[in-house]
Design a protein around this ligand. Structure first.
Ligand code: CP
Length: 315
């Protein structure tokens, strides 16, 4: 039985969860009575478009009520240190805030990005763990410091729907970006893909290795052109440096996904979790082309969230 949804290991039967997402896509209102009189809280420490809207829609499809809060803008300033003497500008301790949220909600979703300055805190997933510890209700990660499992489940569903051979080659490619981004989407995608029977390859410039816990069993190819050969899916994503934590050390536009690079593939489908920097991460001709599946991928966010909420409501 699933207690929380924060990573692959939280899911006792991943194939069942995938099948549930597929079934809900065929009949989104099949369980519209399941969430009656149940409340989903959506707490955002960071911005969101897709996760917020898709999770809200998923909850409505199950008949749930939703309350959402941008906590940094709408809440009291939060203290996170245990034992802090709270005589500064922080009015509320995280353990009290989260404990109270648990009184109002049957399930809580929380988005909390990496600091990109404190690697130890980020890789302990500090804020997410505080929610698990103090809420007293199931927690759904809406993207944490190190993972984005709702995105990964939607990505898995999308690949299943679009694959043209049983064991497709799936390539996660690093791409340039002007700003420092977390590693969460890449980490999570690697975690989920490793647990499928797909051929999975990550390509990135040397030095951009993901944390060992996410990459140790993955085929790494530093030559992007070579990685693209015979690929069925190209998943582009930037991440900032893990070793030199949170730094942007490379903005090489040779890593941008272009039509020329896509020609090396097996007519690969193009994927990105969005939001995306056009003509930096990927050229317009690719993302607007007939092999781009970014919109079906985004649509599947609803059914991945709905499958997760359904499983948590049934526990
Ligand atoms: N892909 C994704 O999580 O998008 P948002 O940050 O807009 O939610």
């Amino acid at each position: 039985m699933m207690q929380h949804f924060t990573c692959w290991a939280d899911v006792p039967q991943p194939l069942e969860l995938l099948a549930s997402a597929k079934a809900l896509k065929q009949n989104p209102w099949a369980d519209e009575g399941l969430g009656k009189h149940r409340t989903l809280g959506l707490i955002f420490f960071n911005p969101s478009l897709r996760t917020r809207l898709s999770t809200q829609k998923a909850a409505y499809n199950l008949g749930m009520q939703v309350i959402a809060m941008d906590i940094n803008e709408q809440g009291w300033k939060i203290e996170t240190q245990d034992g802090a003497i709270m005589n500064g500008d922080k009015a509320e301790h995280i353990k009290d805030a989260v404990g109270v949220m648990g009184q109002y909600c049957d399930i809580i979703g929380v988005r909390t990005f990496a600091t990109l300055s404190d690697q130890e805190q980020d890789y302990q997933d500090f804020t997410l763990e505080q929610f698990k510890k103090y809420a007293g209700v199931p927690i759904v990660s809406l993207e944490s410091a190190i993972r984005h499992p709702l995105q990964s489940l939607a990505d898995w569903l999308t690949i299943e729907e679009h694959k043209t051979r049983p064991r497709p080659k799936v390539v996660l490619t690093w791409a340039p970006h002007p700003k420092a981004l977390p590693q969460a989407v890449a980490n999570s995608f690697a975690e989920w893909m490793q647990n499928t029977d797909y051929e999975f390859v990550i390509t990135h410039p040397e030095g951009y290795e993901l944390a060992e816990e996410f990459s140790q069993n993955v085929q790494i190819e530093y030559d992007q052109n070579k990685a693209f050969e015979n690929a069925d899916f190209i998943y582009a994503k930037n991440w900032s440096n893990y070793k030199n934590y949170g730094k942007v050390l490379n903005q090489d536009m040779n890593w941008t996904v272009s039509a020329q690079k896509m020609q090396l593939t097996n007519q690969a489908k193009f994927m990105h979790c969005l939001p995306v920097r056009r003509n930096v991460v990927v050229m317009d001709e690719v993302i607007d082309g007939s092999h781009s599946i970014i919109l079906p991928q985004a649509q599947n966010r609803v059914f991945s969230a709905q499958a997760v909420l359904k499983a948590l409501l049934q526990r």
